[in-house]
Design a protein around this ligand. Sequence first.
Ligand SMILES: *Cc1c(COP(=O)(O)O)cnc(C)c1O
Length: 386
Amino acid sequence: MSEDLTFYRDTWAEINLDAIEYNVKSMIQHLGRDGKVIAVVKANAYGHGDYEVAETAIKAGADMLAVAFVDEGIALRKKGMRSPILVLGASRPEDVQISIDYDLTLTAVSLDWVMQAEKYAADGELAFHIKLDTGMGRLGITKREELEAVIEFACTSAHLKLGGIFTHFATADELDSDYAEYQFAAFEKLIDGIAYPEWMIHCANSAAGLRFPGRIFNTVRLGISMYGLAPSMELKENLPYPLEEALSLHTKLVHVKKIAKGEKVSYGAAYTAEEDEWIGTLPVGYADGWIRRLKDSEVLADGMRVPIVGRICMDQCMIRLPRKMPIGTQVTLIGRQSEEYIPIDEIAGRLETINYEVPCILSARVPRMFLRNKSIMEVRNPIIQS
Ligand SMILES: *Cc1c(COP(=O)(O)O)cnc(C)c1O
């Protein structure tokens, strides 16, 4: 293995690209013939690895990619991605020319933004989608007149090319919410009668795509469920097709020792052995995204659940083993070992947060290993990769 294809600390995330492919294909099939998919790969593909996930999603049939910021779009282009990329967030009008140069599709959030943007489009044509705010209260146009003005302005400009109109739901993951219906109606009303033969018209995130395949207009922005995660716990019980979780997180025992009853472990000496115990040390800590709040959680070793003991350090943490285990024993923090399974939702539950956050906070220090057909296709380790 060449140096930039490996890592020297045994902590890594495995990304099963077959699962990504399966999750994208399942959504496409669920939507039927005319449904398009925008694969949302912002935030380094929710921590999974932007380029590899993007490439897999496109090969699986996605029509476009989406990121949050121009920087993320440029990163994908620099890695060689050629497919269309939509920047979902609000970009600076000053960055329109670089967006044209990198062939990024931007999001227009107001008439004022579009007029500013046009001034900065010196060379070439800016592709953009219009964002409508139908109740999320975050970004976008709320008035029909302003929408019409943007469309008219774009149609008469040689530097602007309108490719779509979209909105975003605030509650699509809640089964008993009337608010999504309210937003559907608001979106329909705003775009009613506006001709859009080849535009992408999209309102649905994963939750809306899963729940309302017949009401997506023509495109779904597929994020969380591409990674095999349910958008909410209640939706998890009501999925139209099974999801396959793509990410697992592993490490290995680097030190194993027996401590006597009464001896202490880690900062604060906050853990005291209740009897003679086997303690294993893992080279993973809060700087990797395995944050201190996880101090009472469990990991898998030799197919068994074992507890983390003592405080989680920046680079390391300790676990209590039922018996002596050899150095180098693989320990799984997220994922499966024989019969035992720690899903991302379990970690999210312990952290009192949503599953989205868990892979997102795995830091760049954790190498990502990409698997196809259970064999390693590639490793990304930004720490030593240029
Ligand atoms: C992140 C994001 C999505 C993806 O949402 P999921 O719930 O992960 O499917 C869709 N649209 C916008 C505007 C987003 O910011």
